[in-house]
Ligand binder design. Structure first.
Ligand SMILES: Cc1cc2nc3c(=O)[nH]c(=O)nc-3n(C[C@H](O)[C@H](O)[C@H](O)COP(=O)(O)O)c2cc1C
Length: 304
């Protein structure tokens, strides 16, 4: 018998629990059609800010033994150009598209959300209060409950669709930040963005990145992200989307047992564009193992 693999996140029903995380799904027409989206429930866009961003200077990607450090710096064409150049591709996408919006000043982010909302295309917005690769604001919004609340309040005033908020792991009080996000009316929490790290260029004897620090993702961070998801799921009742190092069906099942409703997958897609299909197919085994009638029944089982 075919197992129901659908999950719901607020008012969105996804056929599968795997969502390509922001910054990984190629902006090429072919990738936004159904044959490329097997096993995928929704797609996050790359970061969108009000004005174009050139991104960071110097090296932007650095491989590590179990993951990748990135210092892209939110490079993007800006909201109006995104609508013109890329939105037609997203408009015809057979799965919901989630617009990843950079938290800048409340004024600029509100304007970005307004521009996107007027198109009626994105099914949801993912507010990034967690980027470790830009100076000034970026991640700083997500490190304490008060600033996180301010950011979500501003976005909630404008955005009428589903509002996801992407947390940073760089906070001493993830449960308090998560509760603040929930109280301000977010529909879901994504836990989490990349973990602050650095690389040393041993030939030059200098930090690999111009900004010194960069965001670590991939298998190295999976146990950290799983712990964070466990903590956040214990603190809020809105859906939590696990993100960080998920690469296999087992990783996805573990996130769901810990309480996640779905997962976002980033780095694993760089190695294998069929990751979504492989994870979703591999999950059936776990649904049977835990004697559930459908995938969603696995959510939070490890907490009981
Ligand atoms: C090259 C690259 C670019 C990224 N760009 C963004 C971005 O624009 N906005 C964002 O919120 N997260 C961005 N991320 C973070 C991912 O969406 C994801 O949160 C992170 O990589 C952890 O998941 P993973 O371990 O499965 O890769 C980026 C990650 C990578 C590796």
């Amino acid at each position: 018998m075919k197992i129901d693999m659908s999950v719901s996140i607020g008012s969105l029903n996804l056929d599968f629990p795997v969502i390509p995380a922001s910054g990984v799904w190629p902006y090429e027409k072919d990738f936004w059609k159904s044959d490329r989206l097997c096993g995928i429930g929704a797609v996050c866009t790359k970061a969108i800010s009000l004005h174009a961003k050139r991104g960071n200077s110097g090296i932007r990607l650095w491989e590590t033994p179990a993951g990748v450090l990135n210092s892209i710096g939110l490079q993007n064409v800006g909201a109006a150009a995104f609508v013109e150049k890329y939105l037609p591709m997203a408009e015809n996408c057979p799965v919901p598209v989630i617009a990843n919006v950079v938290m800048e000043s409340t004024k600029d982010t509100s304007e970005t959300l307004r521009i996107l909302q007027d198109t009626g295309v994105p099914a949801g917005a993912e507010l990034n209060i967690s980027c470790p690769n830009v100076d000034g604001e970026g991640m700083a919004w997500g490190t304490d409950p008060l600033s996180a609340a301010k950011a979500v309040r501003a976005a909630r005033k404008v955005w009428r669709g589903e509002l996801w908020v992407k947390m940073t792991p760089q906070t001493a009080c993830p449960e308090d930040v998560a509760r603040a996000i929930e109280e301000e009316g977010a529909d879901a929490i994504v836990a989490a963005n990349t973990w602050l790290g650095m690389g040393m260029d041993m030939q030059r004897g200098k930090p690999a990145f111009d900004r010194v620090v960069a965001g670590l993702s991939g298998p190295a961070v999976f146990p950290l992200a799983l712990r964070l998801v466990w903590q956040v799921c214990g603190a809020v009742s809105i859906p939590v989307i696990g993100c960080g190092g998920v690469a296999t069906a087992s990783d996805c099942a573990a996130m769901m047992l810990a309480g996640a409703s779905a997962v976002e997958v980033g780095t694993a897609f760089f190695r294998n564009l069929d990751t979504g299909k492989e994870i979703s197919e591999g999950l059936e085994k776990y649904v049977r193992q835990y004697r559930c009638t459908k995938l969603a029944g696995m959510r939070g089982l490890a907490r009981k």
